[in-house]
Each structure stands twice: as C-alpha cells, then as structure tokens.
Design a binder for this molecule. Structure first.
Ligand SMILES: [Zn+2]
Length: 139
C-alpha cells in the first residue's frame, strides 16, 4: 500500500500508525496529524495480517495481538483459520516482545547483554519497531 497524502499539509511523508475500528490509521511525519483511510477490501492491509500471523506463530495470544496491533482478536482467529496456520509444538524457548522507536532499538542492541544467549527478530510496526526475542526458560 502506498503512503497516502496528509489531508492537512498535503505531504506524502506518512507512516502507518495502527488500526482504528478496522481502518488503517496513518500519522503525518511533518505535522503529526493522525488520519484514517477508507477500507480496502476487507478493511485491513496485508501488512497487519502478516504481522498478526507472525505473532501467533510465536505463541502470542489473540488478546495480546489485539492489544499490540489494534486488530480485533476475531479477525486474527479468522486469518489463522483462513490460512490454516498451525503453531509448532511448544518448545523451551519463550518469546517476549518489545515495541521500540529507532533510538531505543539502537540502545537495546548497543548493550551486549541483550543479544547474548537469545535469538530475535526485528520487524517494522508503523513508525516503530517490534522486537521479538526468544529466551530459554530458566529451571
Ligand atoms: Zn501533515
């Protein structure tokens, strides 16, 4: 989906900023104005469908996905069914996640302890980043 124009200042420097009432919300980086765009197809861009399914596979609950992404847990359940997503058997690694801006993300990686004995992925989330990290359960 191409970034839409800001209705206030007309610039195209806009970023996704969550979903409100199943509509994609954007934030203008120039004037900070938040606006939503009309539903496309079933209302939610593929962008959030993929993010939701990634989280689901990592063992994040439907309610938590709803809280993180702003899409209803019912939608997420429907996508899981539609795409026949199966979660692998529970393993000893426990996923945790953080939502960070770019500066916080840089600081996180600057600390060696944060990246030792753990695996992680970083994925864009609107104008922030979501970091999913797997740590071994301690006995
Ligand atoms: Zn603007």
């Amino acid at each position: 989906m191409a970034a839409p124009k800001c209705p206030k200042c007309d610039c195209t420097d806009t970023v996704r900023n969550g979903i409100i009432n199943e509509r994609q919300r954007f934030r203008c980086k120039q004037c900070n104005y938040n606006f939503t765009v009309d539903k496309v197809g079933k209302g939610i861009s593929t962008y959030y469908v993929i993010k939701a399914l990634q989280l689901y596979i990592e063992g994040v609950s439907f309610r938590e996905i709803e809280r993180l992404l702003g899409v209803s847990h019912v939608s997420v359940m429907n996508w899981v069914k539609k795409y026949q997503i199966k979660v692998p058997e529970k393993n000893i690694y426990h996923p945790t996640y953080k939502i960070l801006n770019h500066k916080e993300l840089s600081e996180f990686f600057a600390n060696r302890e944060n990246v030792t004995s753990a695996g992680m992925i970083v994925t864009e989330l609107g104008d922030k980043f979501m970091l999913i990290k797997w740590e071994r359960f301690r006995d």
